[in-house]
Every structure is written in C-alpha cells, then in structure tokens.
Write a protein that binds this ligand. Structure first.
Ligand code: FES
Length: 144
C-alpha cells in the first residue's frame, strides 16, 4: 500500500512499495526490476528478409512499436487514425486468430493498401498485449 512521504499545500508525494502493481504490471520507477515483467516481443520481417525483433509496450499498438523502434517500411502517415493504410502489415498465419479480424472501418481502409492479402492488417489497429508476445508480422514491399 502506498504511504504519504511528504505534503506541500494540496500536493502529497507518495512512496509506492516495490511490490506495487498497476494494471497487472509493476508500478513504474526504480523500485521495479526491468526484467521482472518482460515486455511482449514483436518481430517485423522486412520485404528484403531483414528481421527486427523489438519490445512492445502493452496498450500501445503494433504500429507505434514499429515507429518507436525505427522499423523501416511502416510509415503511419495518419498517426494511427485508421485513415491512411501506410501501416499495412501481413500477419503470420499462426498469429491471425490472436490478432483478430479487421473491423469494417479497417477493411475499408485496407482497400487503399498495396498488395492486400487475406492476412493483411493495419498495424495501428492491433493493440499490443502480453498475449501477443512473439508476434511475427511481415512488412509489404511498399506502402500505399
Ligand atoms: Fe494510418 Fe494506420 S497509421 S491507417
């Protein structure tokens, strides 16, 4: 349980114990060990076969993970608003059930994608979760 450490006017500074858990993960800060709850790993395979395995933050999207880690081939021109189709990826077959099907809005936007296939998804519409640890996606040869 958090305990107040100091108080100044209406602000109170709280000490969060090292075992604190927020949203299923340890509370942020130096009191939790970075390896205590490893982040889900996502592998992006470029059209030239280059592989990028990076850590995704639960609650962010696969697109945001790619951009944050400078994965080439993901442009995300609309910033994740499902309005550009430049974050198009192919989901490896083994992961399709876990990533789910595109929403009707995503399907409409995929019509503007380049070389769209049955396993196409917009990476901005896929939330990173612990269940997606190990996810493998392929980046198309080019975006729309
Ligand atoms: Fe624009 Fe995904 S970032 S549709």
């Amino acid at each position: 349980m958090a305990e107040p450490v100091a108080s100044k006017s209406h602000w109170t500074i709280w000490r969060i114990p090292s075992q604190a858990v927020i949203g299923g993960r340890p509370a942020p800060g130096r009191l939790s060990h970075p390896n205590a709850f490893p982040m889900p790993k996502i592998t992006f395979i470029g059209s030239d076969g280059t592989t990028y395995t990076v850590e995704g933050e639960p609650g962010s999207t696969v697109m945001e993970t790619a951009i944050k880690n400078n994965v080439p081939g993901i442009e995300a021109e609309c910033g994740g608003a499902c309005a550009c189709a430049t974050c198009h990826v192919y989901i490896e077959e083994a992961w399709r059930a876990r990533t789910g099907e595109p929403s009707p809005m995503e399907e409409d936007m995929l019509d503007f994608g380049y070389d769209v296939r049955p396993n196409s998804r917009l990476s901005c519409q896929i939330k990173v979760t612990d269940e997606l640890d190990g996810l493998v996606v392929r980046v198309p040869e080019r975006q729309a």
